[in-house]
Design a binder for this molecule. Structure first.
Ligand SMILES: [Cu+2]
Length: 114
């Protein structure tokens, strides 16, 4: 009887712990970009195991993400996006990467946005 209770407790704890492990957090943050190519570039870099959903709104310049917060941080998601040429709320893309974006994707000052 004691053994059964212990097993039950162990199983319960296991469920609680794995539930915490798989907790999905939703967040929105600003990401600069212009066109459909930007959209696929931004969403593609977030196609990783830890991210359950990533949608960039071209008009609002906002990306909506749902991710496993026990496995990856919001900062590292923003860093991933900045590393491929798109400025985010917290991180600026390296100039060298930005300079290599196709012309239609340039969004910084002085560039026509369409
Ligand atoms: Cu673009």
């Amino acid at each position: 009887m004691k053994k059964t209770i212990l097993i039950a407790i162990a199983l319960f704890m296991n469920t609680v712990l794995s539930a915490q492990d798989n907790k999905v957090t939703e967040a929105k943050f600003n990401v600069d970009g212009v066109c459909g190519m930007c959209k696929s570039r931004i969403e593609k870099v977030l196609k990783i195991e830890e991210v359950k959903l990533a949608k960039w709104d071209k008009g609002a310049k906002i990306v909506k993400v749902a991710f496993l917060s026990s496995k990856i941080t919001l900062d590292s998601l923003q860093r991933r996006i900045a590393s491929i040429g798109h400025d985010t709320e917290k991180f600026k893309a390296p100039d060298s990467v930005y300079a290599n974006l196709p012309k239609c994707c340039l969004y910084r000052d002085g560039q026509p946005t369409h």
